[in-house]
Design a protein around this ligand. Structure first.
Ligand code: HEC
Ligand code: HEC
Length: 426
């Protein structure tokens, strides 16, 4: 049980987000998309309850502004610009109090933006991966007096609601016997393996079940109250979501009809779909030789997922700098630089060349092929996700105690967390 719990917490730990504003009612959203789908598939509307999308776009802490800039900084800049990293990147805290850059050029908003966009001898150019809005958010964080990263105070998770949770004996009355319903396609046929999710308004705890071969799904007995009912991983379908669904007990919920993004087999490479690909789907979809892909699976899969790599675009030079930090940096935060690195220098160069081919400034994604959805026994699971109070902590090493509480360590901070799985309180 606790290893399952560990996975849930890890999922939740990596996440969070600011409220999205209006999530359009399912039918209106889908009708608006239905007509053009016959000819040119229309891009799915963005549902930021979709964690994968929130992560992909750096919107866990906020939709925009300095808090979003901090998140971008953590993922893209901290690895070189931190107080411990060997390799000599200037500290960026208090940057705008200085008058000149290390190059001797005057220091102002324009020159800092240009440094970020164009990079320099030892820094990648970010103009291929960051939009003007991204750079604005990042620069607003560089202006903030709290910049740049404080491992004793990682960002707050705006979704966390457990602090005031009332004590409870258990989260679910039973693992079956809760709200239930049917998922079908536009032709009225049942669909199997669809993840149906309830997010409790009161606690933000998410409960996900799968539809079975007859399209039917059934939730555990959840506490009465208001919930968001949604499809957790719509992928080849348009997002479906309905807020403020009143749950009293074993309610029969309205049928969910899902519309495919395209009538064809292959999925257009829209960002909202790219964000949902698993690592093995990325491997399957990107062009490349066995050698190139094996290099990725051997050298790039033990600290973070492939999504973190493939949401980027750099030129070959930029990739070479990233690969250097990733394969010479020691320990998971890449602090000390070791020579030689894990790859031979010639192989580093080859690998940078491949990444710049599939993830360069001009790379075009092919249409995506995705793995089949689960069928049969694997659909008989309940997934529970908890929000943790802080973001970007890289929660690790969960374990439980005799009272059923779950402890986790925060890999990127010096605190230990204790979660009560009955009510989500940390
Ligand atoms: C691979 C390491 C690396 C990464 C990643 C990196 N930088 Fe740099 N950055 C450097 C180095 C090294 C310099 C000093 C100039 C040089 O040697 O190229 C620098 C210089 C700068 C400067 C000029 C500082 C000064 O005092 O003149 C700014 C601003 C800057 N980086 C911002 C960023 C931001 C923002 C990000 C994230 C989007 C980032 N850097 C990512 C290595 C890196
Ligand atoms: C030893 C651990 C480690 C390994 C192995 C590793 N990385 Fe990373 N990577 C990090 C860390 C730490 C960050 C900073 C963000 C974070 O903490 O998640 C990062 C961030 C990145 C980013 C920026 C992510 C973003 O969010 O935009 C890219 C790109 C990247 N890594 C590519 C690679 C590639 C390519 C490989 C294989 C050559 C690789 N990484 C292997 C630790 C690692």
């Amino acid at each position: 049980m606790y290893s399952t719990m560990a996975k849930r917490i890890l999922t939740a730990a990596a996440i969070g987000l600011a409220s999205t504003g209006a999530i359009v009612g399912a039918s209106a959203q889908q009708q608006a998309r239905q007509a053009p789908a016959q000819t040119q598939p229309a891009e799915p509307a963005k549902d930021y309850n979709q964690r994968a999308l929130e992560i992909y776009e750096f919107r866990k802490a906020a939709q925009s502004g300095p808090a979003r800039g901090q998140e971008i900084y953590f993922y893209k800049c901290w690895m070189c610009h931190n107080e411990l990293a060997q390799g000599g990147a200037p500290k960026l805290g208090g940057l705008f109090k200085r008058t000149t850059l290390v190059t001797g050029d005057p220091l102002n908003d324009d020159t800092v933006r240009s440094q970020i966009r164009n990079g320099s001898a030892n820094m990648p150019a970010y103009k291929h991966v960051m939009s003007d809005a991204d750079v604005n958010d990042l620069v607003s964080w560089l202006h903030d007096e709290k910049c740049c990263w404080n491992s004793d105070a990682p960002p707050l998770n705006p979704r966390y609601k457990g602090s005031a949770a009332a004590p409870a004996k258990a989260l679910y009355g039973a693992l079956t016997g809760g709200p239930k319903g049917l998922v079908k396609n536009a032709r009225g046929e049942p669909i199997e393996g669809i993840m149906v999710q309830l997010i409790a308004d009161a606690t933000a705890i998410r409960t996900t079940v799968f539809s079975h071969a007859d399209g039917r799904y059934e939730f555990p007995k959840v506490a009465p109250g208001a919930y968001t009912l949604r499809i957790a991983k719509p992928r080849e379908f348009y997002p479906w979501s309905k807020e403020k669904v009143a749950i009293k007990g074993a309610d029969a919920l309205e049928d969910i009809t899902l519309l495919r993004v395209t009538p064809g087999e292959f999925l257009p490479p829209f960002p909202a779909i790219a964000a949902q690909l698993t690592g093995s789907e990325w491997l399957q979809n990107l062009p490349g030789t066995g050698e190139e892909k094996k290099t990725l699976t051997v050298y790039c899969n033990f600290c973070h997922e492939y999504q973190q790599i493939f949401r980027n675009r750099y030129d070959e030079n930029g990739w070479a700098k990233i690969i250097f930090r990733m394969t010479h940096g020691a320990g998971s935060p890449l602090i000390n630089i070791r020579n030689p690195g894990r790859l031979l220098a010639a192989d580093e160069a080859k690998f940078a060349h491949w990444l710049a081919t599939v993830r360069g400034p001009d790379s075009k994604d092919p249409n995506f092929v995705v793995q089949p959805r689960p069928q049969g026994r694997p659909t008989k699971v309940v997934i529970t996700e908890y929000e943790l109070p802080r973001l970007d902590i890289s929660a690790h090493d969960t374990s439980g105690d005799a009272q059923g509480r779950v402890y986790y360590s925060t890999h990127r901070s010096s605190y230990v967390g204790r979660l009560d799985p009955a009510n989500g309180h940390v």
